[in-house]
Design a protein around this ligand. Structure first.
Ligand code: FCB
Length: 468
């Protein structure tokens, strides 16, 4: 079936960074400490029925209180880079404009701790935890949220912009817009296609307004970036084009070309007239990027729905009633060929190779970085003479193949600068709560003990075998 990527030597060029990633709400806990106020994910996870088992990020991995030992753990693994996100309501409580010394102090200690251990800090400003007050005022469908984001970016970069190597404005605006406001599977859980598309635009605008603030406030000439989750669609051509327009080009075209594509506007015209796009917005959104972050997990297979049988939606996203595909009512997402991860996502490393090659063809001068790739599997802890171990051969195999696919893409000319594994720690997997384990390090949710899995040992080995 698929190319076998397991035999490709994982030797990368000098300067290529290998590390791991997390996000604030998924790991930090300390939800009400140091002045932090609720985000939409606090509200959502505390609303009955929204997450698996009613799980919340109140405590999560308690990373907030394990900062030093987690930093030591990263150093022991030899990570070259660590991608984390900043909780907006921890640094600017109540969505205000006054920086919390405790909140910002936490990230300052994190950044210092990384630098002291020789680990490159890659900071994401928005990994989905919008301050609740801003949602109450309309959320991402509301233009002023983009302006508030630029202020938050400015305050944060003023505090940390002498030390952070890479600033990422947004993580996966696709999820924030379409799952948050379209399907309702993510916070804030609204289900309105027009709102989802307005959110798309205002997230793009937020990025565009924040980039100049980052460049102004940073004193160390950082890389500026945004991370997108691309849908790698296979199947019938017309359906593929529709999915690519809504899922991928709704972001890449404004961000990297300064336009919304005609086919996107046409296929969504029954949902919205896009009148929220104001004069000058596209110029603002179109900012040169030092690196484009690519998150990749699996593929989708699509075809035009002929109405003869019930429409299927195997798009990998939790189905809670609403649609994350505004304007694409005639597309169905077919079941995928296995094998699958614990998320039910198909394992398709060739999708990563194809995606990277396709992006570098579409945007030839644009450096890329894999900012997330990894897999959930139901791990088992084994007691050994050396202590507890997790022999996660399935996760390691997933990573071996995807690293191989990335290496192959580079052989085909892709300018790939690094690879960050999702995730450093098992954590709060959004609507799935703690039921899905993505970590290369296990977290015991009773004791918060960390156990280094075999996949982390493998990753350490890959890092160690690179030439300095
Ligand atoms: C991505 C998210 C990340 C994590 C992984 C599994 O969509 O950015 O937070 O949930 O999926």
């Amino acid at each position: 079936m698929h190319t076998d990527y397991r035999d490709i030597p994982l030797q990368f060029p000098p300067g290529f960074v290998i590390g791991s990633a997390t996000a604030s709400y998924q790991i930090e806990g300390a939800a009400a400490e140091g002045g932090r106020t609720p985000s939409i994910w606090d509200t959502f996870s505390h609303t009955p029925g929204r997450t698996w088992n009613g799980d919340t990020g109140d405590i999560a991995c308690d990373h907030y209180h394990h900062l030093e030992s987690d930093l030591d753990l990263m150093a022991r693994l030899g990570l070259e880079a660590y991608r984390f996100s900043i909780s907006w309501s921890r640094v600017l409580p109540n969505a205000g404009s006054v920086v919390s010394p405790d909140g910002m102090g936490f990230y300052s200690r994190l950044v210092d701790g990384l630098l002291a251990r020789g680990i490159r800090p890659i900071a994401t400003l928005y990994h989905w935890d919008l301050p609740q007050e801003l949602e109450d005022a309309g959320g991402w469908p509301n233009r002023s949220t983009a302006e508030r984001f630029a202020e938050y970016a400015a305050r944060t970069v003023e505090a940390l912009g002498d030390r952070v190597h890479t600033w990422t404005t947004l993580n996966e605006p696709w999820c924030a817009a379409y799952l948050g406001y379209g399907s309702g599977a993510h916070a804030p859980g609204r289900t309105n296609g027009a709102d989802a598309l307005a959110a798309v635009h205002h997230l793009n605008l937020a990025h565009g307004l924040a980039v100049p603030e980052i460049r102004r406030a940073a004193t160390n000439d950082p890389d500026v970036s945004v991370t997108l989750n691309f849908h790698v669609a296979r199947g019938e051509e017309e359906a593929v084009r529709g999915v690519e327009a809504l899922a991928n080009r709704a972001f890449t075209s404004p961000l990297l070309r300064g336009r919304y594509d005609d086919d996107l506007l046409a296929q969504t015209s029954a949902v919205t007239d896009w009148s929220f796009v104001q004069d000058g917005d596209l110029e603002r959104i179109h900012q040169p990027l030092d690196v484009l972050g690519v998150n990749y997990y699996s593929t989708v297979t699509v075809r035009t729905w002929d109405g003869s049988a019930e429409k299927v939606r195997n798009d990998g996203h939790k189905d809670v009633g609403g649609s994350p595909w505004p304007g694409l009512d005639d597309v169905e997402f077919l079941p995928q060929e296995g094998p699958y991860t614990d998320m039910g996502w198909n394992i398709a490393p060739d999708g990563l190779e194809d995606l990277l090659v396709s992006l570098s063809e579409q945007f030839p001068a644009q450096p890329l970085m894999v900012t997330e790739n990894g897999a959930a599997f139901p791990d088992v802890v084994t007691e050994t003479a050396d202590g507890p171990r997790v022999h996660d051969a399935d996760r390691t195999d997933y990573l071996v193949r995807h690293f191989g696919a990335a290496r192959r893409a580079m052989d085909r000319g892709v300018d790939l600068r690094g690879y960050l594994v999702w995730s450093l720690l098992d954590n709060f997997e959004w609507g799935y709560g703690y039921s899905k384990r993505f970590g290369i390090v296990r977290v015991d949710y009773d004791t918060r003990e960390r156990i280094v899995k075999d996949s982390a040992r493998w990753l350490s080995g890959v890092i160690a075998q690179q030439e300095a």
